[in-house]
Design a protein around this ligand. Structure first.
Ligand SMILES: CC(C)(COP(=O)(O)OP(=O)(O)OC[C@H]1O[C@@H](n2cnc3c(N)ncnc32)[C@H](O)[C@@H]1OP(=O)(O)O)[C@@H](O)C(=O)NCCC(=O)NCCS
Length: 146
């Protein structure tokens, strides 16, 4: 397994398939390409020519960095791919920057094992309707990014 930093449009369709397979919802190609291009770092994991994992960081490059959209192909989960992706993403962030993320339900322990801790005052505002990730919302689509 190899981990590579950077975005290449040639693997965009594979990334969309990977996100769907991993339960992170349906990504629209043009929007996902724009988001990947604008990210501070994109890490991908490969088994030969096959995309098996992806994740990205949005950052100001100095103080703050937020990890988004980490996904490993179901057949490869539990084999260290997610840990390797996170190591590559963290390595792209300047020393001293604070790291943030929101986990999907049931995967909090993955990040806890990498040293992340629950934030006492984290808040979020979603413009696109109810989300089971937000206090007070009962409905919404939990088959999507938090
Ligand atoms: C969450 C995810 C990225 C983890 O990737 P992975 O490749 O399966 O994880 P790894 O094999 O690298 O696991 C690293 C460590 O975390 C642990 N771990 C993995 N998933 C875990 C979970 N859900 N809860 C608790 N611990 C977990 C592993 O046991 C392993 O521990 P060890 O080093 O002590 O053996 C992957 O399961 C995934 O893609 N899930 C679906 C998409 C998703 O919800 N992504 C999160 C978006 S925020």
């Amino acid at each position: 397994m190899d981990v590579v930093l950077g975005f290449d449009p040639s693997w965009l369709p594979a990334a969309i398939g990977l996100y769907a397979d991993a339960g992170l919802g349906t990504k629209e190609p043009a929007r996902l390409a724009a988001a990947l291009r604008a990210s501070h770092a994109v890490a991908t994991a490969w088994d030969g020519a096959r995309l098996i994992g992806i994740g990205r960081v949005v950052s100001d490059g100095v103080y703050y960095a937020t990890v988004f959209d980490v996904a490993v192909a179901p057949a490869w989960q539990g084999r260290g791919v997610g840990r390797a992706l996170m190591a590559a993403l963290e390595g792209s962030v300047p020393a001293g920057a604070r790291l943030y993320l929101t986990a999907t339900f049931g995967h909090e322990g993955f990040y806890r094992g990498l040293g992340y801790r629950r934030h006492r005052t984290a808040m979020a505002k979603y413009p696109d309707g109810a989300s089971p990730y937000l206090d007070g919302d009962e409905g919404g689509d939990d088959d999507a990014s938090p």
